[in-house]
Design a protein around this ligand. Structure first.
Ligand code: NAD
Length: 487
């Protein structure tokens, strides 16, 4: 399933005919298992190198294969030396106003290097409340100006360190940066460039998050504002990422769930695929595809909206695997009606499958969960913004976001994490039912001018259930290509 605007033949034709149609940039996505060198062939520019947080960020992208340039007027000699030893280079410049050294480097300097760039800017502390004339806000314009000239599929990561927490000046700069990012990603999206804010409480967690956001796995994510905390699971989150982990995916016979299951299996996880009995044939196909590639998958037929269904899932996994390291609560349905026409059955059915089922399944499998386990709850951007004719759906998906936050708090003592994903417009059988005009409008409402693929949500789910996201919990992550809804 692909969108017509990304079809190479259609694009060739449209480029010859002068129609006022904006064509989206094809996104540079991951092609398989996440690998250690996934940033090979890209560049990274880091605007500061003065403390452990800066170093962790620079090393994370360098270890992933990016050619790193540090741009700093002074730069700590020891820290800079470590990046240079790793093959990086140092330029004694500042994140100065447009036209400066940063801009030249972002553009590829004299050689016009067009490799994608991850531009990591550590937001600096303002020298006073006058943000209009301030080194800290000038630097935002400077990195923004540079980012606007980056090659397609680049990244702008704005990092807020601990020095900006705990006082009013830090609070002002944090809010200013968040506001900057919320507009910047809308401008950058057309070229497939993404922009995020990372609020770093812990250097290692922030670096792991940056490495993910910089990677092709995060191609369709933009406009995220995430807190990188210290791991709630301690050492339990270390060790092999997803290899050998036992993970349950509900509603996984087709669509996003099937893609998540396939992606997890590719990483070496033992996947339990759940769906209703009527989806047996589709589920068998998904299981067969995974096994054909040497992966491990089992199907458990059950209606997650019932107590007996939830218990059947827990019994099957308990008997066979005896443990569970992750749950992707993905099963979901729509029964769209305006309020006037909404029946009690349509209202209750959607709330039961999209929300109630998560509680039932989670309660049933709780004894199997290991420290370090993570839950991913599938919400929707409609749970944030609402939508005409979808009161039942947005009620359920909004409650899911709060559920993820509550589970994150409740699970902390057991070393468990929980996060919600809010997909935007993703090409699946569910959205294939939308009228053509609504589909086209949905695309135009994204910064990237295109729909997402099930793989985009799958990459995010894999990240959130794996150890690389050890500092991310209780958060909602939109996977929407920068949708204008609900900002
Ligand atoms: P889909 O309809 O293609 O797949 C959903 C799967 O869930 C189906 O296989 C279905 O049989 C299964 N399911 C339904 N009720 C079930 C039940 N009671 N027990 C077990 N399985 C059940 O949908 P999708 O597009 O892949 O969506 C997956 C999730 O993502 C849903 O929660 C959906 O609300 C959410 N989402 C999707 C989009 C999108 O654009 N596709 C956008 C936002 C959110």
């Amino acid at each position: 399933m692909d969108d017509w605007s990304l079809n190479p033949n259609v694009r060739k034709l449209l480029q010859r005919v002068p129609l006022p149609i904006s064509l989206p940039t094809p996104l540079r996505r991951g092609t398989g298992r996440s690998t250690a060198g996934e940033l090979t062939g890209t560049r990274a520019v880091v605007t500061h190198l003065r403390d452990a947080l800066d170093l962790a960020m620079a090393q994370a992208v360098q270890q992933a294969g990016a050619a790193v340039t540090v741009v700093d007027p002074a730069g700590d000699a020891t820290l800079t030396g470590r990046i240079v030893d790793g093959g990086g280079q140092f330029v004694a410049g500042t994140a100065d106003l447009p036209g400066g050294v940063l801009h030249a480097i972002a553009q590829g300097g004299a050689t016009g290097d067009r490799r994608p760039v991850t531009l990591i800017h550590r937001v600096i502390r303002p020298h006073g409340v006058d943000l209009a004339v301030n080194e800290a806000t000038d630097a935002l314009l400077s990195v923004g100006h540079a980012a606007a000239s980056l090659p397609p599929n680049s990244r702008l990561l704005l990092v807020l360190g601990p020095d900006l927490r705990g006082d009013s000046l830090g609070g002002l700069m944090t809010a200013a940066t968040q506001g900057f990012m919320r507009s910047a990603f809308k401008e950058l999206g057309k070229s497939g460039t993404t922009c995020h804010v990372i609020r770093a409480e812990d250097a290692q967690s922030a670096a792991a998050l940056a490495a993910f956001l910089a990677s092709p796995r995060a191609a369709f994510l933009t406009g995220l504002d995430l807190l990188a905390r210290k791991s709630v699971a301690g050492d339990a989150a270390d060790g092999p990422e997803l290899d050998g982990k036992v993970v349950l995916v509900t509603g996984a016979a087709r669509g996003i769930g099937a893609s998540i299951a396939e992606r997890l299996a590719l990483e070496g996880s033992h996947v339990w695929i759940n769906d209703i009995a009527q989806s047996q044939a589709a589920a068998a196909d998904t299981v067969a595809q995974i096994r054909a590639r040497g992966g491990h998958a089992e199907f458990v037929a059950a209606d997650v909206g019932t107590l007996s269904g939830a218990q059947a899932i827990a019994d099957a996994i308990g008997k066979s695997a005896g443990r569970l390291d992750g749950v992707i609560h993905n099963a979901g349905i729509t029964r769209d009606r305006t309020l006037k026409k909404m029946s009690v059955a349509q209202w209750r059915q959607v709330l039961q499958v999209n929300f109630g089922a998560m509680h039932l399944v989670q309660t049933a499998v709780a004894p199997l969960l290991q420290p370090g386990s993570a839950m991913v709850l599938m919400s929707s951007v409609m749970g944030i913004s609402g939508n005409f004719g979808q009161t039942n759906y947005s009620t359920s998906k909004s409650a899911v976001i709060e559920l993820a936050k509550q589970w994150a708090v409740d699970g902390q003592a057991r070393g468990l994490r929980a996060n919600a994903i809010a997909p935007g417009f993703i090409l699946t059988d569910m959205t294939a039912q939308m009228p053509v005009i609504n589909r086209e409008m949905a695309k135009q409402l994204t910064a990237m001018l295109q729909p997402g693929l099930p793989l985009d949500v799958a990459e995010l789910a894999c990240f959130l259930v794996g150890g690389q996201s050890r500092g991310v919990t209780g958060q909602v992550l939109r996977c929407d290509g920068g949708m204008a809804f609900g900002a």
